[in-house]
Design a binder for this molecule. Sequence first.
Ligand SMILES: *[C@@H]1O[C@H](CO)[C@@H](O)[C@H](O)[C@H]1NC(C)=O
Ligand SMILES: *[C@@H]1O[C@H](CO)[C@@H](O)[C@H](O)[C@H]1NC(C)=O
Length: 138
Amino acid sequence: MLTTKVIIVILCCLLVSSYGQQPSTCPDQGSGNYGCFDITSQGNCTEVSNKSPTYDYRWLNSGVDSNVDWTITCGDIIAYKIQGYTGVWSGWYVPGVNDMDTKVNGGNGLRRLWSYFYDHNHSYIICKPNNINHLNGC
Ligand SMILES: *[C@@H]1O[C@H](CO)[C@@H](O)[C@H](O)[C@H]1NC(C)=O
Ligand SMILES: *[C@@H]1O[C@H](CO)[C@@H](O)[C@H](O)[C@H]1NC(C)=O
């Protein structure tokens, strides 16, 4: 009987000590941290380079709406460049940071510089949700 109890206690101790142990395939990142976390649900960003004018009126008519990128491109455009008609590329514009057009349009309307996606070459970096979270229709 005593032997059985001792064996049970030992088994319990083994269970407790192995509980919380990391799989042996997890890389030791130092300081007791193991890289065993699932981050595969992250979104994903890609660069779209030298895209031709879209001739999509939604860019032209979107005013200062900072979410029209979702409507038109199914993603979050985090930075973009515009090519002027002289061929010279702008620097990076970041929505909400430095992308207000200084031009005032009819009805005192202001626009973001991405309104020029309508009739200018442009490049952008776009971030989309992970495939498991994709929006309907995208
Ligand atoms: C737009 O890009 C095309 C293709 O690269 C190029 O042929 C054209 O000259 C560009 N337009 C302007 C205004 O630079
Ligand atoms: C990242 O985005 C690209 C382009 O949309 C897509 O082909 C790829 O499957 C995506 N990767 C993941 C992990 O969602």
